[in-house]
Design a protein around this ligand. Structure first.
Ligand SMILES: N=c1c2ncn([C@@H]3O[C@H](COP(=O)(O)OP(=O)(O)OP(=O)(O)O)[C@@H](O)[C@H]3O)c2ncn1[C@@H]1O[C@H](COP(=O)(O)O)[C@@H](O)[C@H]1O
Length: 107
């Protein structure tokens, strides 16, 4: 099992985004701004869906990696730290998704 975490990848993305290096995809995408970064994220999301529906495990793993990487780039462009998303996920751990939806529907 890999011990590499999303926090590790976030640190790499931050460093590369601000590196100004010409041969860095991250730096290129970061400097092109949110519309381009978000478009890439959307493409990777669709490719992940296609892989999931297609039932190819290897493709699903590869597309999921593309998706998470591009999601971290979008968070970086937006200035949202991964930790903030993790805190929101942690906040939700006390409640089931169905209970949360029912509470919203009642409101
Ligand atoms: N995890 C990734 C990662 N996943 C995907 N990609 C790049 O994302 C780009 C777009 O992926 P696509 O599958 O859409 O490829 P494509 O179809 O050729 O792209 P388009 O021509 O459609 O834009 C490709 O250049 C991929 O190499 C990534 N680029 C970087 N990382 C991580 O970021 C680190 C720093 O990378 P650089 O910033 O490039 O140095 C790397 O060491 C990795 O850890």
């Amino acid at each position: 099992m890999s011990e590499f975490t999303l926090a590790d990848l976030e640190a790499i993305v931050h460093a590369r985004a601000h590196s100004g290096t010409a041969d860095s995809w991250t730096a290129k995408l970061y400097s092109s701004g949110m519309p381009r970064a978000a478009k890439k994220l959307g493409e990777e999301a669709v490719e992940t869906v296609i892989a999931a529906v297609g039932g190819d495990r290897g493709e699903l793993v590869a597309e999921s990696a593309d998706l998470l990487y591009h999601w971290l780039v979008v968070l970086t462009v937006a200035g949202v730290p991964l930790n903030e998303v993790m805190a929101e996920l942690e906040r939700r751990t006390g409640q089931s998704g169905l209970a949360e939806k029912a509470a919203r529907d009642r409101a």
